[in-house]
Design a protein around this ligand. Sequence first.
Ligand code: PLP
Length: 388
Amino acid sequence: MPHEFSQRLKALPPYLFKELDRIRDEVKSRGVDVIDLGVGDPDRPTPAHIIEALAKAAADKANHQYPVYSGMNEFRKVVAKWYLSRHKVQLEPETQVCSLIGSKEGIAQFPLAFVNPGDTVLVPEPGYPVYRSGALFSGGQSVFMPLLEKNGFLPDLKAIDEETLKKAKILWVNYPNNPTGAPASQQFYADLVTLAKKWNIIICSDAAYSECTYLDKPHPSILETPGAMEVAVEFHSLSKTYNMTGWRIGWAAGNETLIKGLGLVKSNVDSGVFQAVQLAGMAALEGPQDSVASMGQLYRERRELLTKGLITAGLKVFETPYTFYLWAHVPEGFSSADFASKLLNQAGVVATPGNGFGPSGEGYVRFALVQEAPRLKEAADRIASLKF
Ligand SMILES: *Cc1c(COP(=O)(O)O)cnc(C)c1O
């Protein structure tokens, strides 16, 4: 007898990259030189001093046993110090910070701590698919908040009806935003905190791309907002900042009860982050930050290069100093999927159709700037030579 997947698995939307992967492999097998700008995974290596810290820590047998599930005190202290220097936010390391096996892990598990069946989770779209699957796994119902260009890709908080707000347990935001690259303002975060207090909603802020910029001034953290510590938790990651996607380390920081709930779930599911990786993470956060600045410049150059090609091809792009994504309008007469498929078939360029991130992504494609400049130039030239 075949084993049947659970209702919750069956309720998941189809995997975003699956169909695209299939066509990509088919195009590749025809011998086409494919330039993959699909998945958001940095192409450059982790900075050497972080790798050295890992090698040293891995050789120390003190790090070979189960870690503390909520994270080494030292790691959490370093995170608290980072918030103080970067955002002037004071955190109690032991109660207001929790280490994560990559922020995706925390994002997926957090709803298990606070959502009951029938509760609502407000999810931005287009957006990172994990907000929705986490809500689903917790038995909650996700309600989409459309992110529209005319609103700077911020959710229109006034458009959420009272019934939904009454039932809402969690509201997710993600700035700088994947897939659009849009930032949030301090005013937006202040409005969000006011809303959260009025309706007793938890604000979950995913700040994975906060350091992914060439600007000197940090993108605001929601925890800077007066009152945020009562209602908010911020998810952070070393993945994009230090090219450490494979290492699996991040953190959650914010309200004590929210951190405690997440920690309780985690203590029943995982056993924390390998201590050597936490020590390497500390080396990343405390060591020289010149790699972060040069990453910002690198993505700036790449963005300019590809933007030029797309504009020559007649496409309109959303300009931003943040993230390593380029969010572009598809030409008149195309759907996102048609255009992504044309790019792949006729230019050998992989981009992600915007509707894969949610219905409001229709009409856009996302390019991840994760190839070296000459390859991006080649992609831009090929796209520019297409006729629409
Ligand atoms: C990449 C990404 C993450 C998390 O990555 P981890 O490697 O799990 O820390 C979280 N949110 C968004 C929007 C991302 O794009």
